[in-house]
Write a protein that binds this ligand. Sequence first.
Ligand code: ADP
Ligand code: MG
Length: 742
Amino acid sequence: MTEGLKLTSHLRDAVGGRTASALEKGFGYESVHDLLLHLPRRYSRRGDLTDLRSLRDGDHVTVLARISAIHTRPMRNRRGTLTEVVVTDGDSNLSLTFFRRPFGSKIKTGAVGLFAGKVSYFRGNPQLTHPECHMLDGDDLDPETAASYANEIIPVYPATGSLSSWAISKAIRIAIDQVDWDSQPDPIPADVRQRHGLLAMADAYRGVHRPNTIEESRAGELRIRWEEALALQTVLSVRRELYREQSAVSRNAVPDGLLASLDERLPFELTEGQRSVSDVIMYELSDEHPMHRLLQGEVGSGKTVVALRAMLAVVDAGGQAVLLAPTEVLAAQHARSIRTLLGPLAEQGLLGGSEHSTTVTLLTGSQSTAVRRQALLEIASGQAGIVIGTHALLEDKVTFADLGLVVIDEQHRFGVEQRAALTAKAGAGTRPHVLVMTATPIPRTVAITVFGDLDVSVLTELPAGRAAITTHVVPAVEKPGYMQRTWQRVREEVEAGRQVYVVCPRISSAGQAASDLDGLESVLDVLDAEQQAAPMANVEDVLAQLADGPLQGLRIDALHGRMSADDKDWAMRRFAAGPNASDGIDVLVSTTVIEVGVDVPNASVMVVMDADRFGVSQLHQLRGRVGRGGLPGLCLLVTSAEPGSPARDRLDAVAATNDGFELSKVDLLARREGDVLGSDQSGRTNSLRVLSLLRDESIIVAARDEADRIVAADPLLANHPALAVMATTITGPDAAQWLDRS
Ligand code: ADP
Ligand code: MG
């Protein structure tokens, strides 16, 4: 055994090539540290002796029993002998098979011992193959020995087919023994350990992997989670610090510019929340360091006006602002609604335009070359004060005269690199201010972990005149009458002059999941493989069935991601135009392409088909499309999920509350931990190893404070080399990954 390994040493040097490659293959582990972070799933005691009758196939068990018979016979198809040892608890039997006979004279009929291994059934009888044996001396048990052996705590690890919990346990023990712990600097500073009662590193790993008591294992785990939380928060804290050091052009609001004119024109009063968030934003825009703010607000809380006011402040100060939207439908809609809000203020150079005004320019991938060239020119020349667009904005060809503010709507569709591509378009040496908007309610732990590099503002209150949304679950199978009633209700609503959304998880029955052309929709992400196999409501079939059946005579049309950008825009326009327009649409059958940002105040009912196929947060966002125009909203969640099933429970939760934050917790709970963070590009599942966003809130919050303290005093981490090393190996979970699954 070689002494003196480091945590960063390759596993091969600790546990040998074979085990190392099995660990790499099974879990992606390379270093000793990777392996030591493989925490037990649970602990069992040898003393949890198992009644032989209750042994279940596949269980790892330890039994205390007496040997009642030993048979040795040659193997049938191979050379060598097979030994079967039959043990009994006095009542029933268990057969232990050995392909060799390695054991000594202690194994004899009548002797008592402990036998541990994995249960399998052979011809209806339980057996352990090559179990671990520990024979106890004497004819019967010496009670003291039995007690101490039986009380030993055995860690049970997540295992793979080729690596049993036992093999992993052994590898970990070997690795722990070989690390030269005294030479390993502790990434958690001593004062932090002391303040939070955390074990030193070596004690923590020993405590977790070979505890004498359950308390030891808990203390070890606490410290190991802390370590990850601190490293992650340090990364984020350093990033915030770097942002603070970057320089930006300060954009001071002017008293009688476009912003003031907009405020005069607004058909409503800003809410208290809109006002105070705006104040914060204006203050940050006037700073010489870039703003990095996340504006979180329920669907319909009025984020767009807040963003528009910020954009105008920047335009007033001589800069340009860009709004990045996740889909063409949304970009077009933003351009429309912003032009409407601005009125003559957006008619620069046009007859009837206001004395001071600006140009709102739209840039999307599907524009004709001529339109596009014109748009690029307006952007490059600075004529366009407000630029709105999709991913097309990220291309190199797009250059700004003076980019002062980047607004990203519905952040979850964009990754960190995309944010970076856009912010790089500001002038040399400066950064634009950044405002990210999202309607997805984000639990606190996620906000400070996944979005930890942004400052967060929340719009909690909805603008006045917004009616509540009522949500009901419609059981399609048990209560077929409810389905009829649903379509009848849709009819009544249309007859009363309102409009209706019908949302389906798929576009067609042709097997492809509903997906936006931009490849951004991720319905499949929330589904299990087995659910995917079952047929799902799709836009094409539902449209045909409704048009020929219960909704005959109504003006009904489709919207989904496989339509061309023009067709999508056209469908949205006709739906937005409302029932009085000659070519208006009453009922829009669509995929989640309408999920974000779409605003048709006259739409009052939404029917979601196969609603159990959507995530909780997604449903919450979807239903925010109705009840916008002061009309009470109604959302009907159609499902075939059985009452009492987890899928049905999730829908009941959505129906039970309109509180998005409450639901975001349901969502976290509903998803398996590993799913929450997704897997990174290399396919390795989530980048957090031991930390749980659900369980570890208090650790994460405390670690954030400590990280800020450390970074404030030592921004380059010069005095915290071990923490710096850990921090560089941590890539925090990407926002895009987290939210794509919501
Ligand atoms: P979000 O983007 O947060 O979902 P929007 O900005 O699209 O919400 O606003 C939803 C609707 O509410 C829009 O029609 C908008 O004009 C309107 N609205 C925004 N602020 C107010 C307000 N303070 N009072 C009344 N209506 C408002
Ligand atoms: Mg919006």
